[in-house]
Design a protein. Structure first.
Length: 680
């Protein structure tokens, strides 16, 4: 019995599935009547085979009608092209017609089955139009594709050979039943291996060993192989492919390599498994070519073969040669593989000769240092590095370097094999001259000693200029009730601050503090129209010393020195160009120093009542405001202006009248007890 599915769309859009079961006598056929009960023309609603399916050579063709038919009208109405003799048989209800050929049909041939309009139903109604069914009989078995493809060259010797057929050749079987399946592939030259069916139409052949390199193979699928439908391979299918010859992929040490350790083995990697005997019997040779470079005037010695032991990787593709004795220091060697002697494991000759020339580690010596001798402006952050021409023994290096001036704390040292360098990572001081003494006695890994010492003198550069605002982050919040905002600025090796103050709206502030603030800050530039003021402040400090300035930030106000607050120091009374007098408020002579800080050397002293001229400054350092002064005798130096209790000097003729200012008490006669220490 056969079933058809019909989809009907109801008035409300509902989808209804009806299953109509059709069959032989006693079944119910689809209705074939008109609206008033008139008989409708008969139709063929199904066939076996369906259109597009292959027709078996001896298979019948079955036609299903939607109503009983008049059998007597069919001998004349039914035909086959090309003509085929056969029998027509009907089901009991005369609704199913079967055509069975008297003899097998021709292979790979299209047959057209036709029922003309002379055929009528049992009710006497004829077909409205002729019915035709075109079917093609089972064709020939063919090879659809092969791998490697026909004519392929340089095929890998470990390739799997694949044959793909156009139709199923074998049935689906269990693994245990695979041995009973055909093995259709034949190779010339013969190759031992294992064949298997990946599925019903794909055959794989895996050689037991590699294919022979540099060889042309002919593969054949013999005619007569049949598929599961009876299709036959009409003639032999034959194709050819050629395998790649064995080659040397790599020799280590690599060609032109130098500083090779004396205990290094030589390795040769091949593209195919090799015949060990052919390599060990002269296919591979290592020779000592003598000292390198050759001493001036010396003759090149004859190459000397190096004896050693051979080992092989499990896949036979990597040879390792270990010399019986350690290689000689500072000598040239050449490893060679000869194509006329070396063979693969399958007997193929090597494609071409291969060789590698290399030089062993030389006698140890220092090739350079960083910083180098005489270098000016060396990095103020790095330590000192020695570079050698050969691998060194770390233990022989650690006590052979003397650093002057000595680093202020302990430091680490490192030796790196990759560049043969020894680094002493001490804290380097800026603007400092260093003398590094390298003592004799450093040894390479083989015990050879550097017999001469070395002295390196260099000077480090100052720290690079730096400047930063000390805020909680990129955005600082400050009180708007103060007449000005005070912020710390940190600087080093900077002489001037150029400041700009801009108005910032709330939308811009929101972006600068929002989730994408990193991108916004990177691109943010204040609009020129939002500029409130620009001003410049001259600052100064000792070279390489980081210092802090407390700045006043406001939309209007003082610039220059008045914009800086020197913490713990009194407000300045003097300026550059003033003539000042040492006051008697402290009663001690005034120290004049080489640098503007309390730790600097005292170059001279100024007595109470002595006058000086201010020629530079100021620097804020250590709670004092320092001015550069010149004494009457021409000596110049730095003198602190005062502290929170007293001014050490003041403009000539000036006397403070505010009793709250330092030094406002009535003047007294200058008395300088010898036991008192000098002032700042």
């Amino acid at each position: 019995m056969r079933a058809q599915r019909v989809w009907l769309l109801g008035g409300l859009g509902a989808l209804l599935l009806l299953a109509l079961t059709l069959g032989a006598a006693g079944g119910h056929l689809p209705a074939a009547s008109g609206a008033q009960g008139d008989a409708l023309p008969p139709q063929v609603y199904d066939t076996v085979p369906l259109p597009g399916e292959e027709l078996a050579l001896d298979g019948p063709v079955v036609l299903y009608f939607d109503q009983p038919m008049d059998e007597a009208t069919f001998p004349d109405a039914f035909s086959v092209e090309p003509a085929v003799d056969g029998a027509l048989t009907w089901s009991a209800d005369a609704s199913v017609l079967t055509f069975t050929p008297d003899a097998p049909l021709a292979r790979a041939t299209e047959y057209t089955f036709t029922i003309g309009t002379g055929a009528t139903s049992a009710a006497g109604v004829a077909l409205e139009e002729p019915f035709t069914l075109a079917l093609r009989t089972i064709g020939y078995l063919e090879v659809a594709e092969v791998l490697p493809a026909d004519g392929s060259e340089a095929v890998d010797t470990d390739s799997v050979i694949t044959v793909i057929f156009n139709r199923p050749v074998v049935p689906l079987l269990t693994v245990e039943q695979m041995d009973s399946l055909p093995s259709p592939l034949v190779l010339d030259p013969p190759v031992a291996g294992r064949g298997e069916w990946l599925n019903t139409s794909i055959y794989l052949f895996t050689p037991e060993t590699e294919l022979r390199g540099g060889t042309t193979y002919t593969a054949t699928i013999a005619a007569g192989l049949t598929d599961v439908t009876g299709g036959v391979l009409a003639e032999d299918f034959r194709w050819q492919f050629s395998t790649v010859r064995p080659d040397v992929i790599e020799i280590t040490p690599r060609d032109s390599a130098d500083t090779i350790p004396l205990d290094s083995p030589i390795k040769v990697r091949f593209s195919q498994a090799m015949d060990a005997a052919s390599l060990e019997a002269g296919g591979f040779v290592l020779e000592n070519l003598g000292p390198f470079p050759l001493p001036e005037g010396a003759e090149q010695p004859a190459p000397q073969p190096v004896e050693g032991a051979f080992t092989w990787s499990t896949d036979g593709r990597t040879l390792t040669f270990a010399p019986d004795e350690r290689l000689e220091l500072g000598s040239a060697y050449q490893a060679q593989v000869f194509a006329d002697k070396a063979q693969s494991s399958t007997g193929a000759s090597l494609r071409e000769d291969a060789s590698s020339f290399f030089v062993t580690a030389p006698y140890p010596q220092i090739v350079r240092t960083s910083p180098f001798d005489g270098e000016r402006d060396a990095s103020p952050y790095g330590g000192f590095t020695i570079y050698f021409n050969t691998p060194m023994e770390l233990d022989s290096l650690e006590d052979k370097v003397i650093i002057k001036p000595e680093p202020w704390r302990e430091f680490d040292s490192y030796y790196y094999d990759w560049d043969r360098s020894y680094t002493l990572a001490f804290d380097t001081e800026p603007s400092t001259e260093y003398t590094i003494t390298i003592l004799p006695g450093m040894q390479d890994k083989y015990g050879n000693t550097i017999s001469e010492g070395l002295t390196v003198t260099y000077t480090t550069a100052p720290y690079p200029p730096e400047l930063s605002i000390q805020a909680p982050g990129w955005v600082g919040m400050y009180s708007s009730y103060n007449p000005s905002t005070r912020v710390f600025v940190t600087h080093r090796n900077v002489s001037r601050l150029d400041l700009g103050l801009y108005r910032l709206g709330l939308p811009a502030l929101a972006e600068l503090t929002g989730p994408n603030q990193w991108e916004v800050w990177d691109l943010f530039r204040p609009a020129p129209a939002d500029l409130l003021r620009r001003w410049t402040i001259d600052v100064s400090s000792q070279q390489n010393v980081r210092r802090y300035e407390l700045l006043y930030i406001s939309d209007s106000g003082p610039s220059g020195l008045e914009n800086i607050e020197c913490l713990d120091a009194p407000a300045p009374q003097v300026t550059i160009g003033d003539v000042v007098i040492v006051t008697d408020k402290d009663r001690r002579p005034l120290n004049v120093r080489a640098e503007p800080n309390l730790g600097a050397q005292v170059v001279t002293q100024a007595a109470v009542g002595e006058t000086m001229q201010v020629i530079g400054g100021p620097y804020c350092e250590g709670g004092h405001l320092w001015w550069n002064v010149r004494l009457n005798n021409g000596i110049t130096g730095w003198a602190a202006e005062g502290d929170q209790t007293v001014y050490y000097y003041e403009p000539l003729g000036a006397r403070p009248t505010d009793p709250n200012l330092p030094g406002a008490q009535p003047p007294s006669e200058p008395q300088t007890p010898p036991a008192l220490a000098p002032g700042a």
